[in-house]
Design a binder for this molecule. Structure first.
Ligand code: NAD
Ligand code: MG
Length: 394
């Protein structure tokens, strides 16, 4: 088998680091072409040395000189590329066969879409990109014959238990419902009142998964699950009424597909992102991921509950956004990114995150989206409105 060239967008983050861990277990199968980070030059330089990357990309151009000297110190020969456009360059270049999209937020949209437009195999962790430009991804994947494999654990689980020809329509392959599991985050059993004074540290302390700060907060508000139902809509060509959410605190069942004949197929495993990453990298093969094996008899119990929509209004908002369609997911995502950042900076409270999202949805005009520049413009307008909503709360 020919070794495949991998580019990792966002290699210094939680998904990026786990991806490099899996890649290092399979040096005959994969080689690293390019790695990118936004500001952590030290970690990026170390990763480039360890994984023999050809290109080291820093999207924040003011850190380029620092990156060059960090590489020089390590005697690493990786070539430095800097700036936002460099992300698209490494996603498109001919040496790259596979792109892992692991940048957080809408910042990852352009290079991720470029990977699809260049016909690469895209491993999609950057859910925000799919949420805000799902239709563009769907069309580009068909037009440029690109394969998109979900890395988000729920969507990867669904991908594993769906038949291969699901893209023709879920009903045509006998699927009634997609059931996304949600851990419920760190505040699952807490009343709404008790969430008033949650600190960023508490919100980022997820019981089952070790993730970046933004997605950790999203998991605590359940807005992560809201983003995921929109992601599922586009990845699996599903209607809103075909997507359910069920709370499963142990994070062992990663999601399920319910079929017309009453069968429900689930994918189970330890809560370790290296499993979906390895699956996406090797599909349709299976490779070792370094993950602890699931021991079902050692587990006390597997629980399932309906989600508490009154304590976590972000999820109900996401269902509305999905129904509204057009630019509503762009507004929802942009407002959430602004609100989470404000919460992490202790400028607004935990419970004010969905308030900012809701106020922004109310304050922005709805409109259709056909092109990337329209997505970017609606994203910019929504961020302005969300910043004003944050300022009003202070
Ligand atoms: P993280 O914060 O740990 O890492 C983010 C990466 O993106 C870093 O390498 C950072 O340098 C880069 N980055 C940040 N801002 C950037 C910008 N403006 N421009 C370019 N690069 C930038 O995040 P993460 O937890 O690894 O999550 C990455 C993506 O994967 C998110 O979309 C998240 O929702 C998704 N995801 C993560 C997990 C998980 O377990 N961490 C699970 C499922 C999905
Ligand atoms: Mg997930």
């Amino acid at each position: 088998m020919l070794s495949q060239g991998i580019t990792v967008l966002g290699s210094t983050g939680s998904i990026g680091t786990n991806t490099l861990d899996v890649l290092a277990r399979h040096p005959d199968r994969f080689h690293v072409v390019a790695l990118s980070a936004h500001s952590n030059v030290t970690r990026l330089a170390e990763q480039c040395l360890q994984h023999h990357a050809r290109y080291a990309v820093i999207s924040n151009p003011t850190r380029a000189i620092e990156l060059q000297s960090a590489l020089d110190q390590l005697q690493c020969k990786a070539e430095v590329l800097a700036g936002r456009d460099a992300l698209s360059t490494i996603a498109r270049m001919h040496e790259t066969d596979v792109v892992m999209a692991a940048i957080v937020g809408a910042a990852g949209l352009e290079p991720t879409l470029h990977a699809v437009q260049a016909g690469k195999r895209l491993l999609l962790a950057n859910k925000e990109a799919m949420v805000i430009a799902g239709e563009l991804f769907r069309k580009a994947a068909v037009e440029y014959d690109a394969t998109i494999i979900p890395v988000d654990s729920e969507h990867n689980a669904l991908f594993q238990v769906l038949p291969e020809n699901f893209a023709n329509g879920l009903e045509s392959v006998g699927v009634e419902r997609l059931i996304l599991t949600a851990s419920g985050g760190p505040f699952l059993h807490r009343s709404r009142d008790s969430l008033q004074n949650i600190t960023p540290e508490e919100a980022c302390n997820h019981p089952n998964w070790d993730m970046g700060r933004k997605i950790s907060v999203d998991s605590a508000t359940l807005i992560n699950k809201g983003l995921e139902i929109i992601e599922a809509r586009w990845l699996f060509n599903a209607r809103t009424d075909q997507i359910d959410v069920i709370v499963h605190p142990q994070s062992i069942v990663h999601s399920m597909v319910a079929y017309r004949d009453g069968s429900v197929l689930a994918q189970l495993g330890m809560p370790d992102m290296r499993t979906p990453i390895a699956h996406a990298l090797a599909w349709p093969d299976r490779i070792e991921a370094g993950v602890k094996r699931l021991n079902l008899t050692a587990l006390n119990k597997l629980e399932f509950y309906p989600p508490k929509l009154d304590s976590f209004p972000g999820l109900a908002l996401a269902y509305q956004v999905l129904e509204t369609g057009h630019n509503a997911p762009v507004i929802f995502n942009a407002a959430n990114e602004v609100a989470v950042e404000a919460f992490l900076q202790e400028r607004i409270s935990f419970l004010q995150i969905p308030s900012v999202v809701s106020a922004t949805l109310d304050g922005c005009e709805t409109g259709k989206i056909d092109r990337l520049d329209e997505v970017l413009e609606y994203d910019r307008l929504a961020r302005n409105t969300a910043c004003k909503a944050v300022n009003l709360l202070q």
